[in-house]
Write a protein that binds this ligand. Structure first.
Ligand SMILES: [Cu+2]
Length: 183
């Protein structure tokens, strides 16, 4: 094989491997922006209607573009998430789907984030701050406005278990954690 053909073949291999990298086996953040949402409005926001099972403990999404509204709290159960009003539901999501997430910190005195990781973590798992992929740690709310982050996240193109959780120390063990099935 002459040098010119080797270069062409090398180029083709590089192109294939970079297209494989475009659909990695982990969550990928595509876009993010910060905004403020009024506390009154935040409670009324809704995402894509899932198929709701087991009294809201499990949400199944059939589409590949999924809108989630994730709130922290409420105040009597602050170390938890509410997704469309349900506490830490199991999310069944198609592989390769795109998540459009509005995450709002409804807490009046603590920072929180929501991060996505492959694998089945438990409450006892120790993760460092900002582990995985997802939001920044959002500050607590002001007088009438809450801090929100709007994210577009690519779901891995691979079936398996994943986890969403808050990486502020002690928060996932306290209840800010939920499971995802990538189908
Ligand atoms: Cu938290």
């Amino acid at each position: 094989m002459n040098i010119k053909n080797r270069i062409i073949i090398g180029g083709i291999i590089a192109a294939i491997s970079s297209s494989a990298l475009a659909t990695p086996n982990h969550f990928q953040i595509l876009k993010t922006s910060f905004k403020q949402v009024s506390l009154a409005k935040a409670a009324k926001l809704k995402g894509t209607s899932p198929m709701v099972m087991d009294h809201g403990k499990e949400f199944m999404y059939m589409t590949k573009n999924i809108h989630l509204v994730v709130l922290t709290g409420p105040s009597n159960d602050m170390l938890s998430y509410r997704i469309d009003g349900h506490r830490n539901p199991l999310l069944d999501i198609p592989h390769g789907a795109t998540l459009h997430i509005v995450f709002i910190n409804m807490d009046d005195d603590m920072k929180h984030d929501i991060r996505f990781v492959m694998g089945s973590l438990t409450k006892a798992s120790h993760v460092p701050p900002n582990f995985g992929v997802g939001s920044k740690m959002l500050d607590p709310h002001g007088k009438s406005m809450a801090n929100a982050e709007e994210m577009t996240i690519k779901v891995p193109n691979k079936k398996g278990a994943a986890t969403y959780l808050c990486t502020v120390k002690g928060h996932a063990p306290g209840g800010m954690i939920g499971k995802i099935n990538i189908d």
